[in-house]
Design a protein around this ligand. Sequence first.
Ligand code: SIN
Length: 324
Amino acid sequence: MSSAQTVPAVANGFTDLQPRHIAVHPLTGHIGAEIEAPDLSRPLAPEVVDEIRSALLKWKVVFFRNQPLSHAEHVALASVFGAPTIGHPVFGFVEGHPQVYSIARDRFTARHTGEPLIRPWTGWHTDVTAAVNPPAASILRGVVIPPYGGDTFWTNLAVAYAVLSPTLRSFVDTLRGIHAFSPPEGQSATDAFREKNRRRPLVSEHPLVRVIPETGERVLFVSPSFLKSITGLSPRESQQILELLFEHITRPEFTVRFRWREGSIAFWDNRATAHLAPRDIYALDFDRQLYRITLKGDVPVGVDGRPSTSIEGEPLDAFTAGTA
Ligand code: SIN
C-alpha cells in the first residue's frame, strides 16, 4: 500500500489545543472547520485567540458565520493575529483603509476573457507568493454575496505533500522554484498607488517544500498562478513536474468548498493552503463583494534550512502610515 492511504485525516506534528471557548466543527477529513466564536467585532480574550490559532494550524482554513464587520473592525481583528500588510502590493487598497483589499466581482475581468487554456489548476494560488515573504495568513470577509454561485475552494498543501510517495517527496524536498508576478495594466483600486507600483514585477525563489516553524510540518509550497519554473531543470522537465504537482494539489479530497453568506469570514493559513476564487460568477449577473486583509509573513525556509531569496521587488512589510 502506498503512503497515500495511510496519512492521518489531519496533518500531525502540532499541539492540538482542546477548545473550551469556541466550538470547532470540521467540514472535511483534511481541511476546513467552521468556528462558533464570540462576537469578532469586540476585543477577544487571549484564550479565544489561542484556540482560533490552534484550529487554524490544524484545519488550515477556518470559517465564521454571522460576523458582519466594518473595515475598521476587520483591521482590528486581523491585528490580533499578526501585522496587516498594505491591502495589495500592486492593486492597492480601499480608500481610507490601507490594509483592506477590495475583492470585487469584476476586478480581473480582463484576465478572464480570451484565456487560451483552462486546466484543473488554473486560478489556484497562494496569496502573493512572488514576494520573498508571502503573507502568513489572509482574512476575507463577505459583504455582498450572490444568491447562488461564487463559492471559494481551498486545498491543504501539507496533506498534499504527505501523500506523495516517499521517493517523490525526497526529490521535491531538494527543489526550488521561481515565483513571479508582473502587474497588468489598469487594475489597481487606487490610482496613485497603481501609478507608483504598476511597473514593479515581483520575483522570488522559494523552496518547493517549506517547513512551518510552529509545527515542523512540511508543505508542498506550489502556487499554480505564480510558480513559473523549477530551478536547475530543463524547461520541459520543469513544466511537466509542475503540472504533476499542480494537478496533485488540487485533488478534490484535499479541498474544502465554502458557500459564502453575508457576514461570513474565511481565515486561512496562507503558508499551507492554496485557494481558488470562483469563475461561475462571470456567467451570472449578481454582484459579489468581499474584502481581504493579509498578515505579514516570514521568509519561507526549506527542509535543508535554506531560506527563499528575492530576485526583484521589495519584501511585503507590515503597513505603517506613510507606506501607501
Ligand atoms: C482571493 O483570491 O483571495 C479571493 C477569493 C475569492 O474571491 O473567493
